[in-house]
Design a protein around this ligand. Structure first.
Ligand code: C2E
Ligand code: CA
Ligand code: CA
Ligand code: CA
Length: 274
């Protein structure tokens, strides 16, 4: 086999090597990225069924040597190195700082912040959340923390404790990318979750097999008392179907791409003067 396709084997090894080298390089670069102020947040609106903005989701961006590196690539690296805890603190602060500013235009606007599992279970997390919302005088219910279903993998006691500590601060909890991971409906049943974000993959296929999932989550939301957000809405058709399903909140390129902070501010002021 090797003799027959020597060049293919060589390419394969080169690819592997290239990926590994890139990881090592990015890991090195990530060490000082916070200090060098290479990170920033962009903001994507979440709208209600009337198309009115209700919140922004803060999404991290990393500019390294004139290149934008995707969070899909650098977040897992920071999770592996543990650096996500420190950087996550920065994200939360930056997002709350922006929220405080945005509230001068719309006092009820919410901010959704992605929290990685490692950060969520870090000892100092709850205190940090408390401190930040106090510092920026933010009513807790305006801050929504997005965690993925992987939080359910730790034991029930630990989850419930963390969730109730956070809810004592008033902050809301969302399950991100719902339907893609380790989802146990019974766990959700036992938990006090505020929002569920249905993953983009179901919205993409809403005209075919995605619909039954969306309907099932909608039905569940009524008895279990959580709100539903559809993410990754890209077309009018998708929006229409979701509306027919009674989905109260939507997010996606159809409404807006993530925006730089100044753009997001303009978007909000324009929406408020309508
Ligand atoms: P996510 O939390 O599921 O965020 C949604 C992702 O989908 C974002 O990608 C967003 O730009 C993109 N998106 C939004 N609407 C659409 C749409 O209509 N179509 C398509 N195709 N994509 C859409 P992004 O910004 O590249 O972020 C990727 C992931 O990186 C996030 O997925 C999240 O898991 C993670 N991430 C981003 N920022 C942070 C952060 O501050 N902390 C943590 N822990 N994770 C973050
Ligand atoms: Ca998210
Ligand atoms: Ca998501
Ligand atoms: Ca996702």
């Amino acid at each position: 086999q090797k003799a027959k396709y020597p060049e293919r084997v060589a390419f394969y090894n080169l690819d592997l090597e290239h990926n590994l080298l890139r990881k090592i390089m990015l890991n090195e670069a990530l060490k000082g990225a916070l200090e060098r102020q290479e990170f920033r947040l962009v903001y994507q609106p979440i709208v209600d069924s009337a198309g009115q903005i209700v919140s922004f989701e803060a999404l991290m961006r990393w500019r390294y040597q004139d290149q934008e590196i995707s969070p899909v690539e650098f977040i897992p690296l920071m999770e592996q190195s543990g650096r996500i805890v420190e950087v996550g603190i920065w994200v939360l602060e930056e997002a709350c700082k922006t929220l405080a500013k945005m509230r001068q235009c719309n006092a009820d606007i919410c901010m959704c912040v992605n929290i990685s599992l490692i950060q969520f279970y870090d000892k100092g997390f709850v205190n940090h959340v408390k401190r930040v919302i106090e510092q920026y005088a933010i009513p807790g219910h305006l801050l929504h923390l997005e965690v993925t279903e992987s939080i359910f993998r730790s034991d029930q006691m630990q989850i419930n404790q963390k969730v109730s500590q956070l809810q004592q601060c008033g902050v809301k909890l969302s399950i991100d990318d719902f339907g893609t991971g380790y989802s146990s409906l019974s766990v959700i049943q036992n938990m006090n979750i505020d929002y569920i974000k249905i993953d983009r993959s179901f919205i993409q296929h809403i005209e075919q097999k995605g619909l039954s999932i969306v309907q099932a989550v909608m039905n569940m939301s009524k008895s279990l008392n959580f709100m539903v957000i559809a993410e990754g809405v890209e077309t009018y058709k998708q929006r229409q179907i979701l509306e027919q399903c009674g989905i109260p909140y939507m997010q996606g390129y159809y409404f807006s791409r993530p925006m730089e902070q100044s753009e997001a501010w303009n978007y909000l002021t324009a929406a408020s003067s309508e």
